[in-house]
Design a protein around this ligand. Structure first.
Ligand SMILES: Nc1ncnc2c1ncn2[C@@H]1O[C@H](COP(=O)(O)OP(=O)(O)O)[C@@H](O)[C@H]1O
Ligand SMILES: [Mg+2]
Length: 237
């Protein structure tokens, strides 16, 4: 399989505090990968350096065999990388439909927009029912659905999802993860970061463990399940 994204020896600092240390990561086209790790491990930073919200201190990021580190976030988005940030960041005074439209600013093709919007409303019927409702009045789960909807309306080549399950009840978490699986099955390569290791390991084909800014282990669920430390630290077994 072809790599869609390749991260080579990335370092990142906030002031003098190290957030990422020699991170290497390859994401195959059409795959669903998850980065798991505790709070403060550098998961959000990793997504932020990929989407250009932070410029990595050192290292290389290649997307479709082209270097993207150092490019502006807007330019990276235009190349097809869509970032769904932690804690959702919606336009709370705007309604559901207008929030989705805001995510489509890169999409010039109206037919495509309609097609994607239909896919989104099939994926999240609740958003369709609430399309005229203000985003700020949605439940936490619905806001997360809307954040994902806004990130995929542009039909990205790579979707970055930052803690989609954060703060949600178990049932809602599960429905969000069912949707993530469907998005992947429709052909969108997805990189997900999560603290909920059990959920992430259930959906992801490849799992990477990030601790204190370093990738400590990578593998399939089956491979990682053989590691006593993973079972103990992440799965509570
Ligand atoms: N804007 C920032 N300024 C200073 N330090 C930050 C900033 N963002 C994150 N950090 C620090 O960088 C480390 C990694 O943070 P983050 O990437 O948010 O981790 P995670 O998403 O895994 O919880 C943490 O120690 C955090 O406190
Ligand atoms: Mg985070």
């Amino acid at each position: 399989m072809k790599d869609l994204l390749e991260i080579k020896r990335i370092y990142h600092y906030y002031g003098s505090a190290k957030a990422l240390e020699e991170v290497n990561l390859k994401i195959d086209e059409k795959s669903l990968d998850a980065v798991i790790g505790p709070n403060g491990a550098g998961k959000s930073t990793l997504l932020r350096v990929i989407s250009g919200l932070e410029e990595p201190y050192r290292g290389k990021i290649e997307f479709q065999n082209e270097r993207i580190d150092g490019l502006k976030a807007y330019t990276i988005a235009q190349k097809g990388i869509s970032h769904c940030p932690e804690r959702r960041r919606l336009f709370y005074d705007m309604n559901v439909e207008d929030n989705i439209k805001m995510g489509a600013y890169l999409l010039k093709d109206k037919v495509r927009y309609k097609k994607m919007k239909n896919f989104i409303y099939e994926l999240f019927p609740r958003l369709k029912e609430r399309r005229k409702q203000r985003a700020g009045t949605l439940s936490g789960g619905e806001q997360q659905m809307l954040a994902i909807a806004r990130a995929i309306i542009s039909n990205p080549k790579l979707l970055l999802l930052d803690e989609p399950s954060l703060g949600l009840a178990p049932k809602i978490k599960e429905s969000i993860f069912v949707a993530i699986k469907k998005i992947k099955e429709e052909g969108t390569t997805t990189l997900l970061v999560e603290q909920d290791a059990t959920l992430a390991m259930d959906v992801a084909e490849n799992i990477h463990i990030l601790e204190e800014g370093k990738i400590e282990m990578s593998g399939t669920k089956e491979e990682l399940m053989k590691e006593p430390r993973v079972k103990e630290a992440y799965l509570g077994i």
